[in-house]
Design a protein around this ligand. Sequence first.
Ligand code: 13P
Length: 251
Amino acid sequence: MRKKVIAGNWKMNKTLEEGLALASEVVNIAKDEVPADVNLVMCIPYISLAAISKIAGDKVAIGAQNVYQKESGAFTGEISASMLKSVGVKYVIIGHSERREYFGETNQQLADKVNIALANGLTPLFCCGETLAQREKGIHIDFVNTQLTEGLFHLSPEDFKKVVIAYEPIWAIGTGVTASDEQAQEMHAKIREHLASKYSAAVADEISILYGGSMKPDNAKGLLACKDIDGGLIGGASLKSRDFIDIAKSY
Ligand code: 13P
């Protein structure tokens, strides 16, 4: 049975005080309203991790939005996986398209980040997804497969099974344009096929693949009902406790 994951990505939003307020709303509502088999995660700015992980309780896991690929040392401004672990972080987003685009993160760097996250017992939320131009050229499936191959396929099957994948078409992120249920399901099935070709159908069947890109309470039900969609990575709608919880309840 694949794990169902609803993860919020706050991106660069919320001061500590604002974040504490939002997180405590989510924590309070989630314990009464979110089904037990749905894993809720909030991926929040570094500065809030320590304080918010103290109030998160059992129902909500805390995630970071990035990690540096070295264990420690002279890397001014960076944060290591062991530091994340030390403040109660369980998940870490790796390879979000914004990091790939604005910070030049390469598949090789991301593979190193995945390794260091796993070595520290963190669950990588590994992102992949194509641009609109790539989709229009018909190269989106190959592009996403290459991201997965170069970022993840060095892992042993045992380690690979600890990863959660998020398919986030770049054209759907923050645009209000969601992939249709059919477009998303098609891509998730292709991703699972690609995982099976490297590992096995049984391993591919165990991997949770989340959809991300303008997921909202009014479109979540259709997306989450798709056979190969195992949850969501939610940006804008995770900044409102009611919307985030309503998405989690759509399962
Ligand atoms: P939106 O839900 O705001 O489109 O963002 C999606 C995303 O990038 C989550 O990582």
